[in-house]
Write a protein that binds this ligand. Sequence first.
Ligand SMILES: NC(=O)c1ccc[n+]([C@@H]2O[C@H](COP(=O)([O-])OP(=O)(O)OC[C@H]3O[C@@H](n4cnc5c(N)ncnc54)[C@H](OP(=O)(O)O)[C@@H]3O)[C@@H](O)[C@H]2O)c1
Length: 491
Amino acid sequence: MTDRPASEPETSRLSETLVVRRLVCGLWQVADLEKDGGTLDLDSAADALQAYADAGFDTFDMADHYGSAELIAGRLLARYPTGAKRPLAFTKWCPEPGPMTADAVRRGVAERLERLGVDKVDLLQFHWWTFEHPAWLDALHEMAELRREGLIGEIGVTNFDAAHLAVALADGVPIVSNQVSFSLVDRRAAGDLAALCGRTGVKLLAYGTLCGGFLSDKWLGQKEPAEIADWSRQKYKRFIETTGGWVAFQGILAAAGDIARKHNVSISNVATRWVLEHEAVAAAIIGARLGENEHRTDNLQVFGFSLDAEDRDRLNAAFTATRPVPGDCGDEYRRPPYLTASGDLSHHLQAIPSIHKPEPMPGRPDRTRVSSGSVWEELAGYSRAIRVKDTIRVSGTTATHGADRCVAPGDPGAQATYILDKIAAAIRALGGTMEDVVRTRIYLRDVTHWEPVSRAHGRAFAAMRPANTLIEAGNLVGDYLVEIEAEAVID
Ligand SMILES: NC(=O)c1ccc[n+]([C@@H]2O[C@H](COP(=O)([O-])OP(=O)(O)OC[C@H]3O[C@@H](n4cnc5c(N)ncnc54)[C@H](OP(=O)(O)O)[C@@H]3O)[C@@H](O)[C@H]2O)c1
């Protein structure tokens, strides 16, 4: 730490081979600039990226759905001779849930390589819409295979909550980073996710750090905007509304403003510095509206000061007038309150095909059942779940993936998370929801595992609190450490 502005952004290590700038240039804004149907001129836009890279902002973040962003980055990378040090281009792959064959993953990765014009994606970040569809683990394991082949440098995820990141890690996927919303307004990542990062070494890439630009001097003391044209601010306006509204937000801006004056920096610097000072955070991704505005000189000031205890107290006091964003990281894409640019995504989530096909039962018109395809169901003659009139009973469910693979061997909490997703999927396929669950039973191989399993159960059922029994079973088949059964009544 120096007391002078740095000449270029500091760096942080994501893995043995991957060192990133602590300020990453974010390119979602390209999609916004192109939303009326036009596309940016690739060469001029690459010139704009070149200016970032030349100033040391040479790590870029994009995704498969950020308009021409990958193509623009590809133009930039093509300017560097083979073998020369070149900027880093991080992208994301956000497939629709469905069967995840090796071919489907390879096609997704090949498209990224082609659009970027590279032999290896520096960091490929995976997004998945609903964990009730278990193909996300297949996709991540296939990505790990492609990493071994050299097509992917490192694997990241985006918008994963702590529980599902823990499942992936316990299942052996070599994940180095999780890209999540993290700001003075959205402080979820400082909770369970940061604690998991501390235990595992996974790093956070923070976005929304400036709330689309709302966390800046420009908005201090301003009236609440009635109309917002750009997607980024539309999205973070929802965060502001959910966390207590414009007045509470002005309280955060005022606190950041006082601190900014004290250090002779901008409000945006204070907002970014607060995020970067969390141990788990490798970098903040700051969005760039190419060809419109750039804030490089101002943003470099984040490396010239640090927050002291008085600053943190001032911010904490402002936080008390706000509400936390509900749930854990990434929930804004999966459940209400949906906090995305387009708002409510429930229609999209409902359109995702279920993993289960409900089967009618011959001669019993009031009954339907689902099977999850595990070898045990066929062998022992039972269903994953069965609906009789308005009641759904879910069999004792273990963390079996596909026919017979135990997920997250050795990690009871991760197994419980995986099991509860399976239970949710079975109940949904039969017309119910987790809100309909009235009874659960948990069987543990070792009762000393009660806490991580109970916490997973608490995350799934905190609001409904079904009747529950916890039993030490002494032994469970194979590597299974926990088994859970459930009963739901649809009113
Ligand atoms: N994984 C995901 O689901 C996800 C979701 C969202 C974003 N992201 C990533 O994160 C990136 C960041 O985007 P974001 O939408 O979250 O926006 P953001 O970084 O919170 O805000 C970016 C905006 O802040 C303003 N700004 C930047 N530096 C400033 C400074 N020093 N002073 C004043 N204003 C400043 C600029 O607005 P003006 O141009 O108007 O001045 C800029 O467009 C995206 O590009 C994308 O790469 C990922």
